[in-house]
Design a protein around this ligand. Structure first.
Ligand code: COA
Length: 335
């Protein structure tokens, strides 16, 4: 077995900053409500005509990650692309990245695990590298949420939370058998699939059917979220899967140097921090600036934390996510 290591990180967010006050001009909401319930102050939205899309943002993040890894696009053996908001219904974002970055005819795999997407994608990359099949894998999480949210008062409990952006990591084969990705742990519980979902358009809810069958006030082509139900499950599963990962490696919470939780909601991150008895220095949050960017949130946060010098060699870094599906997972890394 080989060792797999993160050798490069990158992130990109659109320039267009959307504050809570900006949203309050579109819907009945306010800065105090949003900050109190979610911790979010602002998020980024793609602006029509700025050239961004889910794949384009993914490429921008990927270029930064490749540069850090000191690799060319042609050195990459596989793309794993996580998103819930692809540019097209099909094909997925992976092939768009392959084309936009002028890569070899390498495999491009799309991962559809929403907020757990990046953790699932990292797990896939880790297996391909550890078994020796590939040497360098580009893992991307990217989301264009603003293209599909309901910015009227009807959609306010969902729309204020989500933002656009992308993050990327290069996962490479390493000779160092002490460090790297130690283990990944993935779970799902499909019985809760309807609690955080976007029903259509899909083969179950195709466009004419949606238009014919749904009154204006009940439109299933906008995301639905049972916020309190999601919150309650998230805090249990986050803690469980972090403990699972630590125990698998003979570690405890006091060994964590940096926890990067999926940026679902600042209250969720704070709850986990308290539950695991971690100090402020052991947890990194940036949801205040970007909102919840789903599959992009962990790689954006990881890239920012790393560039800010908050992650050092030999640190134990834990990535953990929970989201629609429900799905959840963790990645334990010795940096
Ligand atoms: N602005 C102002 N008021 C809002 C609002 C908004 N953006 N969104 C909802 N409200 C109102 C509701 O209509 C409700 O009004 P009512 O009491 O008159 O009926 C009131 O605020 C409380 O709504 P509720 O949904 O009970 O609030 P909450 O305390 O559960 O907070 C969430 C809502 C979504 C912030 C919270 O449940 C949450 O964060 N859940 C987890 C979501 C998450 O992390 N999702 C991503 C998972 S990966």
């Amino acid at each position: 077995m080989f060792t797999s290591k993160i050798t490069g990180l990158g992130h990109y967010v659109p320039e267009n900053v959307v504050t809570n006050d900006d949203l309050s001009k579109l819907m009945d909401t306010n800065d105090a409500w949003i900050q109190e319930r979610t911790g979010i102050k602002e998020r980024r939205h793609i602006k029509k005509g700025d050239g961004n899309s889910t794949s384009v943002m993914g490429v921008k993040a990927a270029k930064m990650a490749l540069k850090e890894a000191n690799l060319k696009a042609t050195d990459i053996d596989m793309i794993v692309f996580a998103t819930l908001s692809p540019d097209m219904y099909f094909p997925g974002g992976g092939v768009e990245v392959q084309e936009l970055m002028d890569m070899k005819t390498i495999p491009a795999l799309d991962v559809r695990n929403q907020c757990s997407g990046f953790v699932y994608a990292m797990s896939v990359a880790d297996q391909f590298v550890k078994t020796g099949m590939y040497e360098n894998i580009l893992v991307i999480g990217s989301e264009n949420h603003s293209g599909g949210l309901d910015f009227t008062t009807r959609g306010r409990s969902v729309s204020v939370i989500f933002g656009d952006g992308a993050g990327a990591a290069v996962v490479s084969r390493s000779e160092d058998d002490q460090g790297g990705i130690l283990s990944t742990h993935l779970h799902s519980e499909g019985k809760h699939k309807d609690e955080l979902a976007l029903q259509g358009p899909s083969t179950e809810h195709w466009v004419p059917e949606i238009i014919a069958e749904n009154p204006q006030e009940d439109i299933p082509y906008y995301p639905y979220m049972n916020g309190q139900f999601v919150f309650k499950h998230a805090i249990v599963r986050f803690a469980e899967v972090i403990h699972e990962g630590l125990e698998a490696n003979g570690l405890t919470t006091s060994d964590i140097d940096m926890l990067i939780p999926h940026q679902a909601n600042l209250r969720i991150s704070q709850f986990i921090q308290q539950k695991l008895k971690l100090s402020d220095d052991q947890v990194f949050n940036n949801i205040q600036k970007y909102g919840n960017t789903t599959a992009a949130s962990i790689p954006i946060a990881l890239s920012e934390a790393h560039k800010a010098g908050k992650i050092k060699k030999d640190d134990i870094v834990v990535l953990a996510a929970f989201g629609s599906g429900f799905t959840w997972g963790s990645v334990i890394i010795r940096w």
